[in-house]
Design a protein around this ligand. Structure first.
Ligand code: ADP
Length: 232
């Protein structure tokens, strides 16, 4: 297939800082160059170059999506989707405590608590990691969807506070589960968008961020969120 040629005589490209607008004009110019028939392969190459540039500019290459069990992650810090009491629980929390052994619970108990709350929703705490390969466990408490509000801000800050703790403890790599997407009921597509948006912030450029998704379906949702991020 060849790309249809529109042949305007002149294109005036307005100055813009907006990458989406820039990309639009970029594409327009490719399609409208007079007397040039662009073959699919040329266009594909150009689009790939644009994508690569976008990936670099948006730090997307510092994000890795893995389908699997987060307790096996070989990273500096493993993030636990904890509850505010931080004494273990079900889901990924239970899996992390089982794999880390009793040292992790002992470390959690040392975190100061107020009325049983060691970590409110949207915040994070760091402890040693017991038998895990990681140096630290970062306990992040996501919002209970429909209960803790505003859910989007609380979820973003759970991710961001975890990353800040990792940075301040000299970590270079971190593994996240899909915080709040289990028992806490956060819609996965929206959660993935938030996770990717925070993960690509420039201040965390030096950190490799792994997202461990338990199911194929969740891994696909995160992959789509990451792909969409490159064209937003
Ligand atoms: P929350 O209470 O924050 O919703 P859950 O533990 O219920 O946390 O679920 C968070 C996500 O973690 C869910 O998508 C769940 O399928 C996933 N999960 C459960 N066990 C593991 C594991 N071992 N590794 C990675 N993800 C896991």
């Amino acid at each position: 297939m060849t790309v249809p040629i529109i042949s305007p005589l002149r294109i005036i490209v307005p100055k813009t800082e907006n990458p989406l607008v820039e990309k639009f004009y970029d594409t327009l110019i490719i399609q409208t160059k007079p007397n040039v028939r662009l073959r699919d392969s040329v266009l594909t190459q150009k689009v790939e170059t644009m994508k690569k540039r976008s990936i670099r500019e948006k730090n997307m290459d510092t994000i890795k999506i893995v389908q699997g069990d987060i307790t096996t992650a070989e990273v500096d810090a493993i993030v636990n989707a904890a509850n505010s009491r931080m004494l273990g629980g079900g889901g990924v929390d239970g899996a992390i405590h089982r794999a880390a052994g009793p040292k992790l619970l002992d470390a959690c108990k040392k975190i100061p608590s107020e009325n049983g709350v060691r970590c409110p929703a949207g915040e994070a705490r760091i402890t040693e990691a017991g038998n895990l390969k990681a140096k630290y466990v970062i306990h992040a408490v996501g919002p209970r969807y429909g209960v803790d509000r505003p859910a989007d801000r609380l979820l973003a800050s759970a991710y961001q506070n975890s990353l800040d703790l990792a940075v301040s403890h000299g970590c270079r790599s971190i593994a996240f589960p899909a915080i709040s997407c289990g028992v806490y009921g956060y819609p996965p597509k929206e959660a993935a968008h938030i996770a990717v948006s925070v993960g690509t912030l420039p201040e965390y450029k030096a950190m490799t961020k792994y997202f461990y998704l338990f199911s194929e379906e969740m891994a696909a949702i995160w992959t789509t969120a990451l792909e969409n991020h490159s064209i937003i």
